[in-house]
Design a protein around this ligand. Structure first.
Ligand code: SAH
Ligand code: SF4
Length: 349
């Protein structure tokens, strides 16, 4: 493993300390910082206004790389691109860029693997390896920001819906989010970053207490504990009633709407009964439901819901005054579902 410091791990004061430790004047901190967060430099050589001796020292003692890109896939319509990074300890993580209309949305990872074990999820099926560092989260964004900048384009939205449960890696995830939203750093609007959680109740309450402004998406997927237990093992620890209480608490403290995620599995959680149960649970709540036909994975036998079942499900929700959107599955031909590219790699003979 590399001994070099990854600069994306540093807060501004830490960066200043590091620059000084290299025997450099403090004012260089701002210049290096801006190369990272305003100009998306991917190496030290490109930092034009930094003197050669500092660039050499940075090269010797620091890095901007989190690992190597071992695969890149583009969807057939060219609008979705997925990168697979291999980290120094051998772990794989994925990042997906989706270009639709004027949006440039990045789907980023927060952990290598995931400990929550949702049965339908490729990442859940592989188990938990480790939390990502702040640098490993931030670098996924800056890698694509650099690439988009080559054509005068930029990242407009980020969703933490790649590998891992972001709120299980609370400190690093939120430090990364702060860096990405700070005007002194990457400067993306807080409302442009969505954090998706399995319903980690303890962390959601902390999130609310901190009055976080980044929108929260909560993966519900079932409206009764009996059904949710089968799909999401941690439902035993944080059952639906507790998750919804925490959602209400987040809404009160932050004033922000919650999005519920619902992967529609044919004949399983797409029944009229489930739709009605969901409608009853969340009617009147400041929320929205995203309905996503299941993306099939190797380790799970379920299939995406038939179109007429999706329509019927949505109709029932509308009847309860609950707003919902059916989300199109994007980049399906490049395994853009979470965890699937990594799967393809490690299953190689
Ligand atoms: N751990 C977080 C965020 C990562 S998963 C969470 O669970 O919310 C991002 C979203 O993709 C979640 O809503 C998750 O339930 C959903 N998802 C995972 N596997 C899926 C699949 N095979 N088909 C459809 N959605 C899936
Ligand atoms: Fe983890 Fe989210 Fe996948 Fe569940 S759906 S296993 S919480 S990444």
């Amino acid at each position: 493993m590399s001994e070099k410091q990854n600069l994306y791990n540093f807060s501004y004061p830490e960066m200043a300390e590091f620059i000084i430790s290299l025997g450099q004047p403090k004012f260089r901190t701002q210049q290096v910082w801006d190369w990272l967060y305003k100009r998306y430099a991917q190496n030290f050589e490109s930092m034009g206004n930094i003197p050669k001796d500092l660039r050499t020292k940075l090269n010797e003692n620091a890095t901007l790389q989190i690992g190597t890109i071992v695969d890149e896939l583009k969807s057939s319509d060219g609008r979705t691109k997925k990168a697979l990074f291999q980290l120094p300890d051998g772990q794989f993580i994925e990042t997906v860029l989706m270009k639709y209309d004027k949006r440039r949305t990045l789907c980023i990872s927060s952990q290598a693997g995931c400990a929550m074990g949702c049965v339908f999820c490729a990442t859940g099926q592989m188990g938990f390896f480790r939390h990502l560092t702040v640098a490993e989260i931030v670098a996924q964004v800056l890698y694509f920001a650099h690439e988009l900048a080559q054509t005068g384009d930029h990242v407009t939205n980020i969703v933490m819906m790649g590998m891992g449960e972001p709120l299980h890696n609370y400190e690093n995830t939120l430090t990364a989010v702060d860096r990405l939203t700070s005007n002194d750093a990457f400067g993306l609007g807080a409302r442009k970053i969505t954090i998706s959680t399995v319903g980690h109740v303890t962390a959601m309450r902390r999130y609310a207490d901190e009055r976080r402004q980044t929108p929260l998406a909560v993966s519900l997927h079932a409206a009764t504990d009996e059904e949710r237990d089968k799909l999401i093992p941690v439902n035993k620890r944080w059952p639906i009633a507790d998750v919804l209480d925490a959602c209400q608490y987040v809404i009160e403290k932050t004033g922000r709407r919650i999005t519920f995620e619902w992967a529609l599995i044919n004949g399983q959680n797409d029944t009229i009964d489930q739709a009605q149960a969901l409608g009853k649970l969340i009617q009147g709540m400041l929320c929205h439901v995203n309905l996503i036909p299941l993306n099939p994975t190797e380790g799970y036998g379920g299939a995406p819901s038939d179109t007429y079942r999706v329509e019927k499900f949505q109709e029932v929700l509308t009847g309860y005054g609950v707003s919902s959107t059916v989300r199109v599955r994007r980049g399906i031909d490049i395994q853009a579902g979470c965890g699937q590219l990594r799967d393809r790699h490690t299953n190689k003979p």
